[in-house]
Every structure is written in structure tokens, then in C-alpha cells.
Design a protein around this ligand. Structure first.
Ligand code: SF4
Length: 71
């Protein structure tokens, strides 16, 4: 399962990713974006689009399967 991650030190809260994929991103109480949900299978392209559109490159995608195998 893939999961998006927003680096809170980089995000400027422009809201672009939230408008692109509201199923995955939301603006939190600090006014910056957070990925609050796993990326559904049919949303991968949209999340890629959000990653590529972020003006400060704050979004990365973590493959939880790969992470688990490193433990
Ligand atoms: S597009 Fe980037 S800078 Fe804008 S809210 Fe999303 S993570 Fe933050």
C-alpha cells in the first residue's frame, strides 16, 4: 500500500494538493497539508500529479510494503 507524506517543514499550505486529491490530503489545524489517508489504488495518478505540482516539492510517496521489508 502506498501512502503520501507531506513534509511539514516545507509545505506552505497553498492547498493545491488538497484540491487535486481531497480523498488523501487535507489542510490541518496548523494551516498546512497532511496526508490523512492511504492512497486508494485508483488515485495513484492523481497523487503523482499532486507530487509533481507541489510548488515546494513537499510531498513524497512512501511504499509501506518496501518499508516493512526493511525492518
Ligand atoms: S501542494 Fe505542496 S505546498 Fe501546497 S499544500 Fe500541498 S504539500 Fe503544501
Amino acid at each position: 500500500m502506498k501512502r503520501a507524506y507531506v513534509n511539514p517543514d516545507l509545505c506552505i499550505g497553498c492547498g493545491l494538493c488538497v484540491s487535486t486529491v481531497p480523498e488523501v490530503f487535507r489542510i490541518n489545524a496548523d494551516g498546512i497539508s497532511e496526508a490523512y489517508a492511504e492512497t486508494p489504488e485508483d488515485m495513484h495518478d492523481k497523487v503523482e500529479e499532486a507530487v509533481n505540482s507541489c510548488p515546494v516539492s513537499a510531498i513524497s510517496i512512501i511504499d509501506e510494503n518496501v518499508q516493512a521489508s526493511k525492518d
